[in-house]
Design a protein around this ligand. Structure first.
Ligand code: C2E
Ligand code: MG
Ligand code: MG
Ligand code: MG
Length: 287
């Protein structure tokens, strides 16, 4: 019965994504224009502590408002940018926006972490570390309030050079998260070499654990591995109260997902912090 509900729920989510993906036929030329024409923005999705549902940080997620084709998904335009040599320009453009928002929040007295996704190609860019430090200084954002997210599979290609860049970022005080963990093929040995601070467990593992108690052992051993490596754990894609209960029982530190909040544009994020967050806490009080 539980799996059936999950199936219906997944089908609804998939449909929503298909609707989002209609008219996603875009070109590299349009993408390069989009950067210049300011069609790129960021949405921010909250990450909360399991203990007390405190706002730990937000993850910046790229959004492209195409003038005629509507919203284009980053699942489409990030690979496009990577294939056409546009990822550097896009990353730099988005990161500057992200740091500007972070500075504004700081000016409002709001201190929380900002997570930013980095393409594996950026890790091969030798100037990236100096540039990121310069940007942090320019926008007055402390390195230890910034996390760079790298997907597990991104680490597999050029592991040695990726590790070198990540180690330099870590030395500067930035946090490093391994994203979508459980979808790739990194083994514990490779994982232990990455100077990461956080492990983000992919939503497919979260959903499997919620659907089948047997699958919880995989999740539990992932959490155990993370603790041994001194990494804090994040469960991604928490969509329901049931998902949340399962990941709480499995001992993760942080949660992120539609159950708490979708990615929000800056104004909506501020509203959510003022009202939505306290409502969530009330709903979960004493639980
Ligand atoms: P990601 O970094 O793993 O980000 C999480 C994705 O899961 C986001 O999709 C988010 O909207 C979605 N999500 C969050 N909560 C839930 C949930 O409860 N259920 C479900 N089904 N999905 C949820 P989005 O925004 O479409 O981004 C997709 C991917 O594109 C990101 O995955 C990231 O790898 C990449 N991406 C996004 N922005 C950037 C960027 O600025 N730079 C780079 N290099 N990659 C980016
Ligand atoms: Mg991410
Ligand atoms: Mg992820
Ligand atoms: Mg992902």
């Amino acid at each position: 019965e539980c799996s059936l509900l999950r199936f219906i729920h997944d089908a609804k989510m998939a449909l929503q994504h298909i609707e989002d993906d209609i008219e996603q036929d875009v070109t590299a030329v349009e993408l390069s224009k989009a950067i210049v024409n300011n069609e790129m923005t960021l949405a921010f999705q909250p990450k909360l502590t399991v203990q007390g549902l405190i706002l730990s940080g937000v993850e910046a997620l790229a959004r492209w408002h195409h003038p005629t084709k509507g919203m284009i998904s980053p699942g489409v335009f990030i690979p496009l940018a990577e294939r056409h040599g546009l990822i550097d320009a896009l990353t730099r453009h988005l990161l500057e926006q992200a740091f500007k928002h972070k500075r504004t929040w700081q000016q409002y007295g709001l201190r929380f972490n900002l997570a930013f996704n980095l393409s594996p190609l950026s890790l091969a860019d030798i100037d990236i570390v100096d540039w990121l430090c310069a940007m942090a200084a320019q926008y007055d954002v402390p390195a230890n309030e910034i996390t760079f997210e790298i997907t597990e599979n991104a680490l597999l290609g050029e592991l040695a050079s990726a590790i070198r860049t990540l180690a330099r970022l870590r030395l500067k005080g930035f946090h490093i998260a391994i994203d979508d963990y459980g979808t790739g093929f990194a083994n514990a040995q490779q994982l232990s070499r990455v100077p990461a601070t956080e492990l983000k467990i992919d939503r497919s593992l979260v959903h499997r654990a919620a659907a089948r108690p047997q699958q919880q052992t995989i999740f539990a051993s992932t959490v155990e591995l993370a603790k041994k490596l001194n990494l804090s754990t994040v469960a991604e894609g928490v969509e329901t109260r049931e998902d949340f209960q399962v990941v709480v029982d499995l001992g993760v530190d942080l949660v992120q997902g539609f159950y708490f909040s979708k990615p929000l544009f800056p104004d909506d994020l501020l509203t959510w912090i003022k009202t939505g967050l306290s409502q969530l806490r009330r709903e979960h009080e004493g639980k």
